[in-house]
Structure formats: structure tokens, C-alpha cells
Design a protein around this ligand. Sequence first.
Ligand code: NAD
Ligand code: G6P
Ligand code: MN
Length: 487
Amino acid sequence: EACFRIMKTDFLARPVYVQREDRIKAHFLICFISLLIYRLLEKKMEKKYSVVIAGGGSTFTPGICLLLLDHMDRFPIRKIKFYDNFAERQETIAKACEIYLKENAPEVEFAYTTDPEEAFTDVDFVMCHIRVGLYAMREKDEKIPMKYNVVGQETCGPGGIAYGMRSIGGVIEILDYMEKYSPNAWMLNYSNPAAIVAEATRRLRPDSKILNICDMPIDLEEKMANMVGLKSRKEMSVGYYGLNHFGWWHKIEDKDGNDLMPEIKKHMAANGFADALSGTNQHVEQSWIETFAKAKDVYALDPETIPNTYLKYYLYPDYVVEHTNPEHTRANEVMEHREKNIFTACRKIIEKGTAVDGGFEPDAHAEYIVDLACAIAKNTKEKMLLIVPNEGAVENFDRTAMVEIPCIVGSSGYERICQGSIPQFQKGLMEQQVSVEKLVVDAWITGSYQKLWQAITLSKTVPSARVAKLILDDLIEANKDFWPELK
Ligand code: NAD
Ligand code: G6P
Ligand code: MN
């Protein structure tokens, strides 16, 4: 009304008397409307991202898809695509996600495909979580070493080596598709075994825009935050060094610089990480709870640092073998629970034609992937643990090793945070393990039986070269559709 009165005054160029309050009101109104238009334009012009999830048929895909939708305010998305080389498996997951997206974020374009050109054209981020050989091969990775009383684990020991020999080719292929069809995109890789995959991409694609990351330290940091009464790990500042699934925290402080290690150490000495089970729907089954409890014994070996849970496979292999049922390993548990539940939920959503009450939940544990994408997209300079070439960040360790250390992440990639020199105990273990990882990559590149035999022999989980050879020969037979031919 005030505006109108002023406009009328001006347009008719008649000297109508306008009250002072009217003018003030009019100015406020104009300011408010301008601000609103500015905000709307800003929102409209804000860059929105196109994401492809490689390994679209993964059990983690629905959770990650929902998580992306939950974080659109900080990481806006215009398109989500799924890519997989197994059409049928992906289709079940994709059709259910498509229904969910239509109901919850119809503005986001969605597609799924097995065609690399369609998948990787016009993307800003590739989120890569493939499992070459599926759970059927994970089961063999776990059961073959167990035949010889050796740890059978997805990413550690001979099982991890076998998985690495399958994953390298798959991840390199996806990286090449990305570089061919969207050369400016970034690949965020969490396909396992991340240590071997990272070493392979360092060697074979040194200039690629790939960042390798793992969720285990994140989950453990949440537990430690919980131990000291903090709401989130983001309220802590940490020092950490190691290889993937093979590392230690050497410093944990709150934001005011108070040392939190003494309190965390008390919990570790009493119950490992089992004191602070909390949070997300990942790592909740009994076998994981035992792993969190066993961290007490891993911690006892070096009470100055807090260990990653995966070290139990290297430091207590005899215990692990004794406590593993060789007929029913973690792969069986996952097939019977996570895989079955996810696929059943998807089929139900497809059948009903709606995802309302469909049992889909955002994968809260995977928020780190959004943090990482955001750090690159928005230059947030967030401190995150990444698997990167050492280059002196761990001073007294191989410069060419792929180490897991804190980095600052921004739009041009990462900057390492130097972790200083590490103690003899950790250095010795890491030198042995990094040699295993490097020998696996050598074996894959050159097709060398000898190098792979050396890699398995060198693994701390394996008692002798004789046992290593027996396991290797079984693994070659089981992996003949996946590994390069070894001579
Ligand atoms: P999954 O078997 O359910 O799914 C993997 C998908 O990858 C399958 O649909 C399969 O067809 C597809 N695939 C295999 N090879 C492919 C290729 N060459 N190209 C395209 N697609 C391919 O497996 P999952 O349990 O959901 O795990 C997926 C991956 O994520 C695994 O590597 C797992 O180890 C990893 N993971 C990593 C972390 C971490 O913190 N780093 C956490 C969880 C899972
Ligand atoms: C942790 C690790 C991942 C691994 C997962 C296995 O999150 O960091 O690298 O893939 O555990 O969990 P699962 O439930 O498949 O045994
Ligand atoms: Mn991991």
C-alpha cells in the first residue's frame, strides 16, 4: 500500500503528500523483495552436481542414494545415475530407488545403465563401490585360507590379496571411463581392498583425480567421541598414521586443545571399543561386536596409541582362526542378512509401486562420502583421513607408500598433514604390510606367480612359504575367471 502510494505520487508527477512512515515502510518492503529475488536467483544459479554410483547393484547403494538426498542443502544434486556390469542385480536396486526418488525428490533426474558412455558422460563425481566377484568370491577368499588354518578375511591376509587381484582391473576400468567421458570429474573410491587398489592407481594412473577413503576410522572416532561424552567425532582433532585397515591414532584432542587420550585409553584398556557401541546401523552384528571388544588386546600391545580394529587379524591370527567357523564366515552372514534384507525390501517396493514405509533408510555411517564430495565441490578445507602417497608425511617411512593420514580437502584435492616419525613397532609392521601390498600390484602388472607367492608369504597372517604356496594354488584355481594369468 505504501509502495503504491509512492508510485502513484511519482507516476502522476503530482505533488501528493506522502507520509514519512509510508516512505519508510516502502523502503523496507523494496529491500525485502529485492533480497528475496536475490536469494531465489542465487538458489537457481547455484551449481548442482551430477553423480554416478558405480556398483549400482551394491547393498550400500540405496542407503547412499537416500543419504545424498538428505544432504541436498549442502551438496545440491541435479542427476543421479547408477552404473554396474551386472544388469539384473542393478535393476532391482535401481527400480526401487527410482520409485523412492520420484516420491521424494522428483526434481532429481535418474537413470541406470550398464553402458559406460551413458553412465560416465556429464558427471561431476563417481562414487565407486564395486565388488568384483560378488559375495560368492568373498566367501572363497575367506574359506580357502581357513582350510590351512590361516585367517580368512575380506581385506586382510591371503583373502584380501585375492580380492585385490580382482579389484585392480575393475577400478582402473571405471577410472578410465570417467576420464574418457567426464575428464573433469572426481572419483571417490571406497571399493576394497582400498590399500591395494590405491597402490595400483598410484602406479598405473598417477595423475588421475581419484581419492581413496575408508569408513572404519570414522566409525571408531565416533565411538571414541562417545567415550569422552562428545556428540560427534567432528568435535575432535586427531593425529593418525598407517596403511588402510592398518593404522593408529597417536593424538586426540578436543577443539580447545585438551588431550582426550587419557580418558579414551582407560576405556580401551577396560573394554576396547565395546564400551561405546552406538550410532548407525552398520557394524552391529555379533561378529563386529567381538571385533570391537578384541581391540582391548590389540591396544594392550602398544598402550601409547589407539589401534584400528583390523590389526587384530595381524596381531592375533591364531585367536581369529580359532574363533572362525570355516563353514560359515562373514560372507555367509552378509548374504543371509544385509544382502537378503536389501533385495527383499527392493522387491517389495517394486511390487507395491511405492517406497512409503518400504524400509529404506539413509546410510548415516556413509556421511563421510558427502563430506568428501562437499569438500571438493565447495572447497570446505575439511580435515579427513585419506589414503594418499606418503611423500614424507610419515617421515621415517617409504615415500612411495600409500598411507592413511589426515589431509585437508578442498577443490584442488588434498594437502597432507605431516605426522612426524613413527615408533619402531608400527614402522616394522607397516614395512612388512606395505611390501605385501606392493608385491600384489607387481604381480598383477607383470603377471608374476613368484611375486604373488612372495606377497602371501610375507603376510603376517601366514606361517610359511609352504602354506603360502598351498593357499596361492587354491586361490588361482578359484579366481581363474578374474585374475590375470600368472607365470
Ligand atoms: P555388492 O556385491 O553388494 O555390490 C557390488 C556391486 O559391484 C555389484 O552389483 C557388482 O555387480 C558390481 N560390480 C562388480 N564388478 C564391477 C565392475 N567391474 N564394474 C561395475 N560394477 C561392478 O558389494 P557391497 O558389499 O555392497 O560392497 C561394495 C564395495 O564397497 C566392496 O568393495 C566393499 O568392500 C566396499 N566397502 C567399502 C567400505 C569402506 O569403508 N572402504 C565400506 C563398505 C563397503
Ligand atoms: C568396514 C570397513 C570396510 C568393509 C566393511 C565390511 O566398514 O571399513 O572397508 O567393507 O567394514 O563390512 P561387512 O559388513 O561387509 O563385513
Ligand atoms: Mn574400509
